[in-house]
Design a binder for this molecule. Structure first.
Ligand SMILES: [Zn+2]
Length: 214
């Protein structure tokens, strides 16, 4: 019985996280000059260690303030997004950052960065359910305060392993994961739950807007 209550709470937290990502996807597009991206080290695979010898576009040194898209204008974008060095992000997942990009000095980080920081703080004792709950609580607050960066807003983004991580042996997720770009034991049921909630919500909203515009 106790286990079922734990499962229900975990499923509820995963659902809230999926609905946040859905809301981010469904918001109106905005004009943007793009974002600068700051890659932060991954505690699991070691990405961000300078490794230019292996070649390839996904090799990540500790690149700072790299333009994510566009050219010179992007280099001066006021939007700074911290991403995990081994993860890939999509333009859509960054929409909330672009919407608030007019705020000078706006800083954001992906969910994988939030998860990585919690992993770093809590160490190996952190299990999947507790990890999800801590990320959910942080996202509900909307931001974290870091001594180095001040207030950093949290982006409710799924994560996908970049080519750097995929080529680094087992452990990189083959497709998108709602928490972290590396395999998390015991997470497969909740990965499916997340995808179901996210896709259902996006489909519902698109069908509804199709009906209103017809
Ligand atoms: Zn990694």
């Amino acid at each position: 019985m106790a286990d079922r209550a734990v499962d229900r709470e975990l499923a509820a937290a995963v659902r809230r996280m999926a609905l946040r990502e859905a809301a981010a996807h469904l918001g109106a597009a905005v004009e943007t000059t793009g974002a600068r991206v700051r890659r932060v080290p991954c505690p699991r695979c070691g990405a961000a260690v300078t490794d230019s010898a292996s070649g390839g576009p996904a090799v990540r040194g500790p690149v700072l303030d790299q333009p994510l898209w566009g050219g010179e204008a992007t280099r001066h974008s006021t939007v700074l997004v911290r991403v995990l060095a081994c993860e890939e992000v999509t333009a859509r997942s960054l929409l909330p950052a672009f919407r608030r990009g007019s705020e000078a000095g706006a800083q954001f980080q992906t969910r994988a960065v939030t998860a990585a920081e919690l992993m770093h703080e809590r160490g190996s004792a952190l299990d999947f359910a507790e990890w999800v709950h801590l990320v959910d609580i942080a996202e509900a607050r909307g931001s974290v305060r870091s001594p180095e960066f001040g207030v950093v807003r949290l982006l409710p983004t799924s994560s996908r392993a970049g080519p750097w991580a995929v080529g680094r042996g087992p452990g990189a997720v083959p497709e998108s994961s709602f928490l972290f770009p590396h395999a998390v034991p015991g997470s497969s049921t909740m990965q499916s739950h997340y995808r179901d909630v996210l896709l259902r919500r996006v489909r519902q909203r698109m069908e509804r807007s199709g009906r209103t515009s017809a």
